[in-house]
Design a binder for this molecule. Structure first.
Ligand SMILES: Nc1ncnc2c1ncn2[C@@H]1O[C@H](COP(=O)(O)OP(=O)(O)OP(=O)(O)O)[C@@H](O)[C@H]1O
Ligand SMILES: [Mg+2]
Length: 267
């Protein structure tokens, strides 16, 4: 793994006008090609953290460096160029695709908005669809004609269109059935191996995060309460909330205990 981090967020703070301190002194680092998971219960500040990192919301305090640049200071053209390198796969593809546009047009738009001409952008959209396992003919369909799993693959194709360095996946598989979830998670892992893209992978589901993440950040009431490689957290959770999360996932706990026992002699 590269020694130079891709994303370094330090001491982020965000309080909403209603007085909710959604993000309270959050720091996180993502290296190139790495998957960092954020796990935490509903309302713990995961999406707000994602929005701060994506510059969809402005932080009240803190610093965010992306590929060496001060992200909070970027404006105009520099911010647009950043959007190419930092993409989002949102939770609900049904609402994240414009219902009036075809899937091909939506994916191509993510390229034309950054200066690619229409024809090559559409050709690239079709290639990307095939890469994520969606038949090229679906480029001419509208979002309501596709299943949730197909649409989420399209959302991944749209995010990868700009060849980003980091993709934030905010509950990107939470709306999918377990079997479709596993297929999409495997696809993300394959695409990461091929392209070297890094993921900030957010989920309230511990099993999902553990499946994909090299390192996991546990959030609770806006704060990072624990951080480390998944196996270490599950083996010896330091924070009470992490223990509660584990206790609520008994299958996970047993599997981890077995894995830890099997791994022990090698250590
Ligand atoms: N625009 C907003 N205005 C006011 N409060 C907000 C806003 N967005 C989020 N909050 C509050 O901030 C806190 C953190 O919300 P956030 O959406 O970041 O949580 P989350 O961890 O992503 O939850 P979930 O798992 O349900 O998606 C919650 O208390 C939420 O109600
Ligand atoms: Mg959320």
């Amino acid at each position: 793994m590269s020694a130079t981090p891709l994303l370094v967020a330090e001491h982020l703070m965000k309080r909403f006008p209603n007085g909710v301190q959604a993000v309270d002194d959050v720091s996180l680092t993502v290296h190139p090609g790495e998957t960092v998971g954020i796990v935490g219960e509903s309302g713990s500040g995961k999406s707000t953290t994602a929005k701060l990192v994506l510059r969809l919301l402005d932080a009240d305090e803190g610093t965010i460096r992306f590929d060496g640049e001060d992200l909070r200071a970027l404006r105009g053209g520099a911010l647009r160029s950043l959007r190419k390198r930092l993409q989002l796969v949102p939770q609900n593809p049904q609402t994240s695709f414009n219902p009036k546009l075809t899937i091909g047009d939506s994916i191509a738009f993510n390229l034309t908005v950054h200066g690619t001409r229409s024809k090559p952008a559409h050709a690239r959209a079709v290639e990307l669809l095939e890469r994520v396992g969606v038949a090229r003919g679906h480029a001419r369909k509208h979002p309501h004609e596709l299943s949730g799993g197909q649409l989420q693959r399209c959302a991944i194709a749209r995010a990868l269109a700009t060849e980003p360095q980091l993709v934030v996946c905010d509950e990107a598989v939470s709306a999918l059935d377990k079997s479709v979830q596993a297929q999409v998670l495997n696809l993300l892992a394959e695409l990461q191996r091929e392209t070297g893209v890094a993921f900030l992978f957010i989920s309230h589901d511990l099993a999902v995060v553990e499946h994909v993440a090299d390192r996991v950040i546990v959030m609770y009431l806006g704060e990072v309460v624990e951080e480390g490689p998944a196996i270490d957290l599950w083996r010896a959770p330091a924070h009470e909330y992490t223990r509660t999360l584990l206790a609520a996932t008994p299958e996970r706990l047993l599997a981890t205990r077995d894995a830890a026992t099997a791994a022990a002699p090698a250590r």
